[in-house]
Design a protein around this ligand. Structure first.
Ligand code: ARG
Length: 462
């Protein structure tokens, strides 16, 4: 069956038909399509287009179809161009010619936009739950590794000592923002296109607000032309997905580095590592590399859709059929990655000793400058003086904390020299160094503990 054959006398070229068909991917909208049709049948009755008996028969047929989908018993046929055709064809098989009344005043244009929004409303909470699981894994890690000292990096150069708990939590907050963004995207997706017809509206009075409420939307789209062309909600979702990809990729890249022998900070559990077919000694972080790699595709889904949208005249164009593959692919990609990441992070081993060994005295150079500031030297001069000490230590091939008091005094002003004593060496204790960073959001143990409490609160019911 075809929904549009009347004005044609020739048959469609089989390859053109294949190109045109979307069932291979829009079958995923089956349940949403039936739900939209059930609501539309109700609207048709209210508008006096269907008698209540007709509506009842149509709805009984649709319920039977829904059950077939739910049980995996629905049989698609060769001629089902898309999911909307398949459902209407099956309805006809079940209730006869009356099925043909369901599409009154409706177009696949407002239908597909409605189905896709419904699909997002159904699936965003599932994605949100997976993101939340990963956040919860990060919280557990932060709690477990809270006091482990490690080098913090900028430009991938050792910078200052930080706590590993602080580092884990630095990956928690981006995901929190991602979840907020998704929640906002969901609000904008919850606007009903149904009742917009092909482009110009329905030829009878439909209570679109009631229809919106019934289907779980918060409002009805105020312009029928806009309603059938608007795919902002898909683009917004794909942006959210792309940014989640960026966040996950950054985390993954860190883990790949830290699991290398050069760093040796992390070791992956066997459950989340892979081997080499040639080199027996290898233990590879494939799941993190794939996370990083798939983030590339996630960016592509967004730019691909935006490119589809940018050249379109307003209203429905068949190009819009291309909105679904990237939407489903982005969702599937994230749903494949997120649980694996949560498990891999939870089960990895931290080598605190390796992190501690990497805390060379140079990481406390800022603390040395801060000490001199404490003794009255302006920070800029303190910075220069410590820079000279770093240079001196390097030229002698020794760590910064092996510089003698005399060597320091030789470079500092006499006035400051009077105030310098052996207590200066305490600045090289990394625990003291992190403890000094006690501002809100800093890496001091107390600050990280409050941050952890806040993260748990934000997550709710942790
Ligand atoms: N399969 C189509 C899509 O996904 C449904 C809408 C078809 N509308 C049309 N005017 N041919 O966009």
């Amino acid at each position: 069956m075809q929904l549009w054959g009347g004005r044609f006398s020739g048959k469609m070229d089989p390859q053109a038909w294949q190109l045109n068909a979307s069932l291979s991917f829009d079958h995923r909208l089956a349940r949403q399509d039936v739900r939209g049709s059930l609501a539309w049948a109700g609207a048709l009755e209210q508008a006096g287009v269907l008698s209540s008996d007709e509506r009842r028969q149509i709805c009984a047929g649709l319920e039977a179809i829904d059950a077939e989908f739910a049980n995996g018993e629905f049989i698609f046929v060769e001629s089902d161009e898309d999911i909307h055709t398949a459902v209407e064809r099956r309805l006809g098989e079940l209730i006869g010619l009356l099925a043909g009344k369901l599409h009154t005043g409706r177009s696949r244009n407002d239908q597909v936009a409605t189905d896709l929004r419904l699909w997002l409303l159904d699936h965003l909470p599932i994605l949100d739950a997976s993101l939340r699981e990963l956040q919860s894994a990060l919280i557990q890690r932060a709690e477990h590794d809270l006091d482990v000292l490690m080098p913090g990096y900028t430009h991938l150069q050792r910078a200052q000592a930080i706590l590993l708990g602080h580092w884990w939590l630095s990956h928690f907050w981006p995901l929190q923002r991602d979840r907020q963004r998704l929640a906002q995207a969901l609000q904008r997706a919850a606007i009903l296109p149904l009742g917009s017809g092909a482009l110009a509206g329905a030829p009878f009075e439909v209570d679109r607000l009631a229809l919106a409420g019934e289907l779980g939307f918060s409002d009805a789209a105020p312009n029928s032309l806009d309603a059938v062309s608007d795919r902002d909600f898909v683009a917004e979702f794909l942006f959210c997905a792309a940014l989640i990809g960026v966040h996950l990729s950054r985390l993954a890249e860190n883990v790949v580095l830290f699991a290398s022998a050069e760093f040796g900070y992390f070791e992956l559990s066997d459950a989340y590592a892979t081997g080499s077919s040639l080199m027996p000694q290898k233990k590879n972080p494939d799941v993190f590399e794939l996370t990083r790699g798939k983030a590339g595709a996630l960016l592509g889904y967004l730019t691909g859709l935006l490119a589809v949208l940018k050249g379109l005249p307003s209203s429905y164009d068949k190009d819009l059929q291309e909105d679904k593959p990237p939407l489903f692919a982005a969702y599937d990609t994230l749903m494949a990655i997120l649980p694996v990441l949560a498990g891999a992070l939870q089960s990895l081993t931290v080598h605190a000793d390796r992190m501690r060994d990497a805390l060379d005295a140079g990481l406390m150079a800022t603390d040395l400058a801060d000490y001199l500031v404490d003794k009255g030297l302006p920070f800029r001069q303190a910075h220069t003086l410590v820079g000279k000490l770093v240079q001196l230590a390097q030229s002698q091939g020794k760590p910064l904390n092996s510089i003698s008091l005399d060597e320091i005094r030789a470079l500092a002003d006499p006035e400051i020299n009077l105030k310098i004593d052996p207590s200066i060496y305490s600045v090289f204790d990394p625990l003291q160094s992190v403890s000094r960073r006690c501002s809100f959001g800093g890496t001091a143990p107390q600050a990280v503990r409050s941050q952890l409490e806040r993260a748990k609160q934000v997550l709710g019911g942790f």
